[in-house]
Design a protein around this ligand. Sequence first.
Ligand code: ADP
Ligand code: MG
Length: 675
Amino acid sequence: MGRIRVLSDNVANKIAAGEVVERPASVAKELLENSLDAGATEVRIDVESAGRRLLRIDDNGIGMLRDDALLAFERHATSKLSDVKDLLAIATLGFRGEALPSIASVSRLQLETRAQEEQTGTKVEIAGGKLLRCDELARTVGTTISVRDLFYNVPARKKFLRSDQTELSHIGSLVTHYSLAHPDKRFELYHEGRELLQVTPVATMKERAFQAFGAGTMEHLVELEKQAAELNVPVPYAASRNSDPDAEAAEPSRFCLEGLVSGPHIQKLNRNSIFLFVNGRLIRDKLLLHAISTAFHNLMPAGSYPFALLFLTCDASEVDVNVHPSKTEVRFRHGAFVHDFVRDSIRNTLTHQRPASSIPFPAQSPMPARYNESADREPISRPFIAQQAPNLPFSEFSRMLDAQPAVERPSELRWEQPSARAHTNGGLPEIRIPAVQPVAHGFESQPLFEPKPQPPAIRRVPDTHGTLHHLPPEWEMVDSLAALPDLRPLGQLHESFIIAAGRDGLWIIDQHVAHERILFEKVLRQRAAGTAELQQLLSPIVLDLTVGQHLEYERIREELDAGGFETEPFGQRSIAIKAAPAGLSTGAIEQVIFEILEIAEQEMRGASLDNIRRDIAATIACRAAIKVNNKLEPEKVEYLLKALAQCEFPMTCPHGRPIALRYNTKDILRSFHRI
Ligand code: ADP
Ligand code: MG
């Protein structure tokens, strides 16, 4: 007898469960996706013991016919595919027919369901993959699936589960994010009877985000309004010769992107706060993650990541979702196009909306500096509302999606300007602004705001779920740099920072990074137009390079020269610099060249020409910009503010440091107890 035998279905299901069912949240994901595929408009999830003891999902979808209710637990039984051709354009979240049998093989599962076409419903009970009973049942149309005692028969898996808080947090994050993908549906999540999320149908994703995250978090995010792109796919050669009229009428492929992203002042240490949906499916995708990083290139320090929630929709045939058993990876047919579309949409949005950094200020509750010092999660009492900044809960689900075993780490929210954080003194908020030297002119003693006898009627924004929060419109533009063009300079602080009054508050601008940004954009503009300004050196500067530096030099020489240098090889490993970009002092020229070569060596191997060009511009700008500890004439201050306002991207310097902090009027009023 041969040694190979076919595995029993039960064993095969358990193997599949190993891939599909990692933890309670993965059960929730599969069941939630099934409910959405079944057209449910209301989904309620009840959890006990963070999903270990019970995870029950109840939907008002189309339900299952009696025969289907049993068939659904067979391996590869699905109503969503019938032909291999269907695999080329999958429009449903499920298609593998693996989830129900897999879950049923590692738990005690009960299914109650009824389809519209039948008068009675069906109840099926299965434990460890074995059918226990199947009865008739009276119930409404829809489906309820209860999964009890997950992994009761797989103790090894059970051991890998984390604390209740962590597991629950994963479930919470999952349901929250799916609810964002379906604002028109109702979602409820309860843990042992306590409501964790309850959102009613709304018209837009933004309104849903208000419901799920609260106004506090929304203040830190900018909306990426619907962006669309079309790709004209050439008619394949064979098809174009074919007389089939359908083949001739090749429609362009349409892509659409919307979502929310944080401004560059929210900097996270990893990608856990990036949530990507492709055609309503939550996924992890290297290509899209790369597009996001590229969009933030030169806006954030290397190794920092934003918060992003993006919904990409495209023709189902443009994306292959049959890549991984848990359906968390995709492959795009036109990857490069999608990449650039996502990158440019984010860049354009940031350029357009100019999100500003506010001075972190403990108005009512202290700023969560390190959200959680302990290894475990934030208390679940405020699970999905990040009050001051998008924080931990968003990061949960992605960790589940990452292939590596979950490593517990405290929150990684990092603010770029910790030293600017307001001090708390004996419980009283205090912001220290030392004496300001007045600028000789340009200061009119016009009041910042008209004092009102009564505080403005601000409806306090309760951080509760389920209701839509509205702020009075005058406070709504708090996170934009719209006020930049009409700032009034008040003076210079420590000969390093410009203090200015704006219509929305008090501004502090770092003079060095502001100038750096101005020069960076100027150098890039001139580079694009081929009009780099250069200065001829009286005598060439000769630099001796290492072998590695010389190789890099040869690789990027053309870019260097186009960027305003004139260089040529000089002997074996030396180069002679005959001209350099205007504005660089002789001493700085040498430094700039070495810095550029170092960046080229360390970071940019394989980097795109565009990034190299930007990094060269950033290095030149940094060296040529005015320094801190430098007294500025009023004219210079005015010039800086004006030029900054005209920048495409006045939020951060090319290395990602913030340029301007604003102490907004609302916080000023709050601090003086005027509201
Ligand atoms: P898949 O989703 O890949 O088809 P599953 O194992 O998740 O595979 O589900 C098997 C089948 O059971 C589905 O194709 C669907 O017909 C049916 N089904 C599962 N959940 C529901 C539900 N909540 N409502 C209606 N039908 C469902
Ligand atoms: Mg499914």
